[in-house]
Write a protein that binds this ligand. Structure first.
Ligand code: CA
Ligand code: CA
Length: 445
């Protein structure tokens, strides 16, 4: 047994932001990055109208606006109509008053809380157990210290009903698509591409082009330093633990040691938008509590990626056992929001009074904005932290989201031109309505 530091989607941070100017200016109240502000333009870039990429127009506007107040332009996120400046607060407030600007938000450090509770076991996995599989796939126990029930997530999503406690799962994962030809972008801590979970028979792996946005680091280094992104990726598309077993994964690394600046996360959204290989879905297994950090700039960037660029996004509902309306980008309605199921009770994780708290939270967020529920507790998947044959169970809506992303990839395989709205409708249609015995449960995957 060995303890591993694994980040969860729970943000243990720091505050923001009272609007001084009618929602135009957001000041971080704690953990703010001094003299650095995200600027969201009123008019988002409009693609290649008039033969000019929107990105160029954003860059020009950024230069003009920054110069007009004596600020320094640091970075341009042209695909999502934003830029980053170094400026005094007075300069930032002047920027916010410009009619071309919708929002100026102070950059802030966001910290994922780490949990040490993941038990990782070095085990000898069977070779190529589930590559190019047939459905239904018999779920197996790969580690003598884990029970086969630890694979309950895959078991659960392939059937309409079932609960572990009632022994109605069938120990099989039924599926009709593998996500072949689709792309899953994992905006997270990176992916350990050498993990056997992503290996192809005959050599190579299914981890495609990615990018490291962590400031000061090499852009090519998308290795996962804490394990969260690898775990998430293997749930979505791992060959043994994954839903869409032939999809291509793309690591977009924005968290380092579980930390990121808000601007770095926005830069990751911008990178995906500008470099996406379609058909694609973006998995975001994190969110921000707006009571702590407003992240309106992230809301804007994600909404733009979905509605303007037509890229579907799946976001974890969050682990606070609260209404999701005060979370980002969870509250963006065009995002597919994945709440978490608890395998003991087959209910919303946190809904059952005896479920109790896990190391990374006390229950899935809830509310009308949650689109679908998926397995979240004790989900077995790969752990990547420099080694390549490890697995562990983790709990959190971070684990629910990639179940849904994998299902989206399966859908995109047959419907590669589907819009995000059509994808969301298909997910809702394919899930079990009003499943479970709690009124909080709207859907179950
Ligand atoms: Ca099953
Ligand atoms: Ca939605």
């Amino acid at each position: 047994m060995k303890n591993w530091k694994v980040v969860t989607l729970v943000m243990a941070t720091a505050g923001i932001a009272q609007s001084a100017q009618a929602g135009q200016f957001q000041r971080a109240q704690a953990r703010g990055v001094p003299d650095r502000y995200l600027v969201v333009l009123e008019a988002a870039p409009s693609g290649k109208a008039e033969g000019e990429p929107g990105e160029v127009r954003v860059a020009q506007a950024a230069e003009q606006l920054a110069r007009s107040v004596g600020a320094t332009r640091l970075a341009v996120y042209g695909q999502v109509g934003q830029f980053l400046v170094e400026a005094t607060e007075a300069q930032a407030q002047r920027l916010a008053r410009d009619p071309r600007v919708r929002l100026v938000e102070q950059d802030a450090l966001i910290e994922l809380s780490a949990i040490p509770s993941c038990y990782a076991n070095v085990s000898t996995f069977p070779q190529a157990n589930s590559y190019d599989p047939t459905s239904p796939q018999v779920l197996q126990c790969w580690d003598p210290q884990l029970s086969c029930a630890d694979n309950w997530g895959l078991d659960r999503i392939g059937q309409r009903t079932g609960s572990q406690s009632a022994h109605t799962l069938d120990s099989r994962y039924h599926f009709t698509a593998t996500g072949q030809g689709t792309h899953i972008y994992v905006l997270d801590t990176g992916i350990i591409r050498t993990h056997t979970e992503f290996a192809l028979p005959g050599g190579g792996h299914r981890v495609g082009t990615g990018f490291n946005l962590v400031p000061g680091e090499a852009s090519w280094n998308t290795d996962d330093d804490v394990g969260h992104g690898t775990h998430v990726a293997s749930i979505a598309a791992g060959r043994r633990f994954g839903v869409a077993k032939a999809a291509t994964l793309h690591p977009v690394r924005v968290f380092k040691n579980g930390n990121a600046q808000l601007s770095t996360v926005v830069s990751g959204v911008n990178w995906i938008t500008g470099n996406v290989q379609r058909p694609a879905v973006v998995n975001m297994s994190f969110n921000y509590n707006k009571g702590l950090i407003d992240a309106s700039a992230l809301d804007s960037a994600v909404a733009y990626m979905v509605t303007h660029h037509g890229i579907a996004v799946v976001n974890a509902a969050g682990n606070w056992n609260q209404d999701i309306t005060s979370f980002s980008p969870t509250a963006v309605s065009s995002v597919i929001v994945a709440g978490g199921l608890d395998w003991v009770n087959n209910q919303r994780w946190g809904a059952h009074p005896t479920t109790g708290c896990h190391a990374n939270g006390c229950g899935s967020n809830w509310g009308p904005g949650v689109d679908v529920f998926a397995p979240a507790t004790d989900v077995l998947a790969a752990l990547g932290s420099g080694e390549n044959t490890l697995a562990c169970t983790l709990t959190g809506t971070s684990m629910a989201a990639p179940h849904v992303s994998g299902v989206v990839a399966q859908y995109l395989q047959a419907n590669p031109l589907a819009t995000p709205a059509k994808i969301e409708a298909a997910i809702m249609l394919g899930s079990s309505p009003d499943y479970g015995n709690t009124s909080e449960m709207k859907q179950a995957a």
